[in-house]
Write a protein that binds this ligand. Structure first.
Ligand SMILES: Cc1ncc(C[n+]2csc(CCOP(=O)(O)OP(=O)(O)O)c2C)c(N)n1
Ligand code: SF4
Length: 304
């Protein structure tokens, strides 16, 4: 599927240049900020980032002591995609075509409160990249459940574990028939970098849903962020795929995990985090069933 002319990143080809600097206000082990650092390496200095209310708007601090070397536009919680569309329109009027406009929004600001402006932009085909860094709760305000919190996870508003399923935002975006939708995980930065590069090479609304582990919210030690993200993928709880040109394909380690027997036991992903401590064996069996269902659905898309 459409790999012609696409030069994939390797670790070596990723620039040493830093556009998001250390010394920022992120918690130690924050995956969302690691991914922003990688993302800006991919997109480069001709980029404007739109950030709604979320952890990232706190992490960046106050001008002139901000960690970002590119302009960041802070906007209202519900309005990232509309703001990005407006910035793109203004750039177009000025004849500036070489600037990437990218939204960097949390799951609360995407799956819940920002979904109307995102849907509007996608329906209009506005020319922007939207990255939802999904830490699976409203973290900045103290870990409240979001539509993207997975079933079974404890948050301050689901103290015994969330009973509803996680909202499928990538699926919602596919239903808009936009040109590019992908999932990614911060523990696989090169997979993410390549997806962002491909997204940047296409016009229209492009969407990447990035699983971003969060030590305080998911209740694990800060140094385990990469391990936790890898376990999400290796147990099959998070599937890496890319959808463009109307076709879907698995990417990264997920390509070898279509068969359930190849996946690590789900317990390994759940036990490393405090947020699933209430999940008993029957709940875990239910989660496993849902994961199998999700695999079948994604494999169905890949084989069409
Ligand atoms: C309209 C509105 N409601 C509530 C808030 C308070 N608020 C600021 S950030 C935030 C949580 C954002 O959660 P998410 O989008 O998941 O990003 P994260 O904090 O996890 O990075 C909330 C509720 C706000 N700024 N505006
Ligand atoms: S609460 Fe989580 S997402 Fe927010 S800055 Fe800390 S580690 Fe990152």
């Amino acid at each position: 599927m459409g790999n012609e002319g696409f030069t994939a990143f390797t670790l070596k080809s990723l620039t040493d240049e830093e556009y998001y600097l250390p010394g920022n206000a992120a918690c130690p082990g924050c995956a969302a900020v690691m991914a922003l650092r990688i993302g800006l390496k991919v997109l480069g200095p001709r980029t404007i980032v739109v950030v709604p209310a979320c952890c990232m708007s706190v992490v960046q601090g106050y001008y002139p002591k901000t960690p970002s070397k590119v302009p960041i536009f802070n906007t209202a919680f519900a309005a990232s995609a509309a703001t990005a569309a407006g910035i793109r329109a203004a750039l177009d009027i000025k004849g500036i075509r070489d600037v990437n406009v990218v939204c960097w929004a949390g799951d609360g600001g995407t799956a819940d409160i920002g979904i109307q402006s995102l849907s509007g932009a996608a329906e209009r085909g506005d020319d922007l990249i939207y990255v939802c860094y999904d830490n699976e709760a409203y973290m900045n305000t103290g870990t409240q459940r979001s539509g993207s919190t997975p079933e079974g996870a404890r948050t301050t508003t689901t103290i015994t574990g969330k009973s509803e399923r996680k909202k499928d935002v990538p699926g919602i975006m596919m239903a808009h028939r936009i040109p590019y939708v992908a999932t990614a995980c911060t523990s696989y930065p090169i997979d993410f970098a390549n997806k962002l590069r491909r997204a940047a090479s296409i016009k229209g609304t492009r969407y990447i849903h990035l699983l971003s582990p969060c030590p305080p919210g998911w209740r694990y030690p800060a140094e385990k962020t990469v391990e936790v993200g890898k376990l999400a993928v290796e147990t099959g709880a998070w599937i890496l795929y890319e959808w463009f040109g109307g076709r879907c394909r698995l990417t990264g380690p997920s390509t070898g995990l279509a068969e359930r027997s190849k996946r690590r036991p789900l317990e390994q992903y759940l036990e490393i985090q405090g947020r699933f401590s209430n999940a008993d064996p029957s709940k875990i069996a239910e989660m496993r069933r849902r994961i199998d269902e999700e695999w079948e659905r994604i494999l169905g898309l890949c084989h069409d």
